[in-house]
Design a protein. Structure first.
Ligand SMILES: *Cc1c(COP(=O)(O)O)cnc(C)c1O
Length: 432
């Protein structure tokens, strides 16, 4: 299957090219030229995760990977579960945080890393990415130890939580981390300058591994199928026509993947796109005007995005009729409601964190009597230990992944926000 550029439709590339290139011309996003549609959903849902995911992904990658290669990639990438947990009789959470960095980004980042390695053809690739936390950890762990791939991660020195910093700065090997004397925006600006420097980009095989990469989204389709598989075991396959997913949204990659799953025949009734105070999308869906405000900092900080980069894909899915126009509603949840929802969930016996709480609250506002709600648990509560403990007034335990890295040494180098210094580092430290 080919993937085409949503901005310049004549640009069509293979899956391998889309993965390596990331973005198309004129910053356009790649989109599959047609979607496989499954008509025997109960049979699909009866399969184990890896086997089903291979079926889901096969048509997308068939130009570049045979079934055996794909099976190997999926087996390596999805080596941890996605798990639904009941909250009450009307709601369940889909926990996506049982991977190595305790956030759903592990699914996409690990699949992308495995694909990129398969497509590298022995050429050197340098992943350069800026992070304010979660993405850096997921990317670092996904690529750690892979041959021919160097990873360089920039982050704002002193501006991320220590445990979060330790999750991606202590690995060593092919993972290089730079603590930049500046803000997250400065880090992003440096990454952009590197990509604009065509000579440098070519010399070191630059790739960003960011959330607009189509491979990350395709991987995420698979856990929507897994959620319905688990629900069908619990409720019976005939009782799946009323499921509503609430997706805590920042760049809207997760929602895009859910809509793709629906367009492929998975019986999801509709979606709630839940945001924090960064409410560009809920305002857009209500008023029809795209007017991003200045980004504001919230306790659900992975969703502090005011110009979501996957929105053109969502819009395409809705406007092209691949999914029904009305199947996405959206709500913005403020800080006070987020905190009270963390408490509300803990009273229901479930320790959550701010992102999941935003999704649960938005679902509660939206769910009709005859609907069943599933909200996505995108991060382990321990990743937001300080804020969760201060809301709940009680300590929460550290899972093994975090406890393990807490005692490790940070291996980062300090660097100024001067591009010349980064350029020099990239040319000398990513040995060709
Ligand atoms: C990245 C992230 C989100 C937002 O996901 P998008 O796909 O960007 O909408 C939500 N929650 C957590 C914990 C995240 O890390």
């Amino acid at each position: 299957m080919k993937f085409y550029n949503l901005k310049e439709n004549s640009e069509q590339v293979s899956f391998a090219q889309a993965v390596k290139q990331g973005l198309g011309r004129n910053q356009g996003l790649f989109f599959p030229e047609q979607l496989p549609v499954f008509d025997d959903i109960p049979a699909m849902l009866a399969l184990p995760l890896v086997e089903r995911s291979v079926k889901v992904l096969k048509a997308f990658v068939s130009d570049d990977l045979d079934e055996q290669q794909l099976t190997e990639i999926v087996t390596n990438a999805f080596n941890f579960p996605a798990q639904t947990q009941p909250i009450n009789e009307k709601n369940a959470v889909l926990e996506l945080f049982h991977g190595p960095t305790l956030a759903f980004k592990d699914f996409g980042a690990r699949f992308m890393a495995q694909c990129l390695q398969a497509f590298s053809g022995g050429e050197k690739i340098t992943i350069l990415t800026a992070t304010s936390g979660d993405t850096g950890a997921a990317v670092a762990h996904a690529f750690h130890g892979l041959d021919n791939i160097e990873v360089v991660i920039l982050y704002p020195k002193g501006k991320i939580a220590l445990l979060q910093e330790k999750m991606f700065t202590t690995l060593g090997g092919n993972i290089k981390t730079l603590a930049i004397d500046g803000s997250f925006d400065d880090c992003q600006a440096l990454v952009k300058q590197a990509f604009d420097d065509k000579e440098l980009a070519k010399a070191i095989g630059l790739n960003s591994a960011n959330s607009i990469n189509i491979s990350r989204l395709l991987a995420q389709i698979c856990y929507y199928f897994e959620a319905l598989a688990q629900l069908s075991r619990q409720k019976g396959a005939e009782n799946l026509d009323n499921v509503v997913f609430s997706v805590p949204s920042g760049n809207f990659g997760n929602l895009t993947a859910g809509l793709l799953a629906k367009a492929m025949g998975l019986p999801i009734k509709r979606f709630v796109a839940a945001t924090n105070a960064n409410d560009t999308v809920p305002r857009y869906l209500a008023m029809g005007e795209w007017s991003p405000n200045e980004t504001v900092a919230t306790i659900s900080n992975a969703m502090d995005v005011s110009n979501p980069n996957n929105w053109p894909r969502v819009e395409h899915l809705l406007k092209s009729g691949l999914v029904e126009q009305g199947c996405v509603s959206s709500a913005s949840i403020d800080e006070e409601q987020t905190q009270s929802t963390v408490i509300q969930l803990s009273k229901l016996g479930y320790i959550s964190e701010p992102h999941a709480a935003v999704a649960f609250k938005a679902l509660e506002y939206s769910l009709a009597d005859d609907e069943f709600g599933v909200f996505l648990g995108t991060a382990h509560p321990a990743k937001f230990k300080d804020v969760v403990e201060s809301i709940l007034g009680q300590p929460i335990g550290l899972p093994k992944e975090l406890a393990d890295c807490a005692g490790e040494t940070i291996l980062s180098s300090d660097m100024s926000a001067e591009f010349a210094e980064l350029r020099e580092f990239l040319l000398t430290n990513t040995d060709q």
